[in-house]
Design a protein around this ligand. Sequence first.
Ligand code: HEM
Length: 142
Amino acid sequence: MLTVPAVLVTGRRRNDMYPALKLLHVTCVALSACGFAVRGGLAIAGSERLRARWWRIAPHAIDTMLLASALGLAATTGQWPFETPWLTAKLLGLVVYIALGSVALRFARRRGTRIAAWLGALAVLAWIVSVAVTRRPGGFLG
Ligand code: HEM
C-alpha cells in the first residue's frame, strides 16, 4: 500500500528548520551590517585596504546567505513580501539600503556625498531591523 510520508501531510520538517534559519538570518544581518559600517568607513578614509581580496568576496557571500535565509524563513513561516505588509516594507527598505550603499561605496565622487549616503544606508538598515523585530511595516517610524 502507498504510504504518504508524515512530512508531506504536516509540513513538520519545514517548521523544524525555523530556529536554524532564523539564527543564520540574524547572524548574516549582524555580519553584513558590521561589514558595511567598516567598508563605508574605509571608503570615506580613502583606504587602500578596500582593495583586499577579502573585502571583494566576503560581503557577497554573506549577503547571498542573508537573502537565502530570508527566502527560507518566508517559506517556513508562510509569510511573503507583497502579502505580508511588514515583509513588503522590509523588501522596499532593502532596495533603498542597496541603492544608498552603492552610492556610499562606489558611485559617490565627493566625500560629503559618500558620508551622507553611508549614514543614510545605516539609518535605513536600523529601520529594517526595527520592522523585523516589531513585525510592523512602520518599524520605529510608528
Ligand atoms: C537587510 C535586510 C534584512 C534585515 C536587516 C533583516 C532582519 C531580520 C531580523 C533582525 C529578524 C529577526 C526578527 C525577530 O524575530 O526578532 C528577521 C526575521 C525575518 N526576516 Fe529578515 N531581514 C532582512 C531581509 C529580509 C528579506 C528581504 C526578507 C523577505 C523574504 C526577510 C524575511 C524574514 C522573515 C520571514 C523573518 C522571520 C519572521 C518570523 O519569525 O515570523 N528578511 N529579519
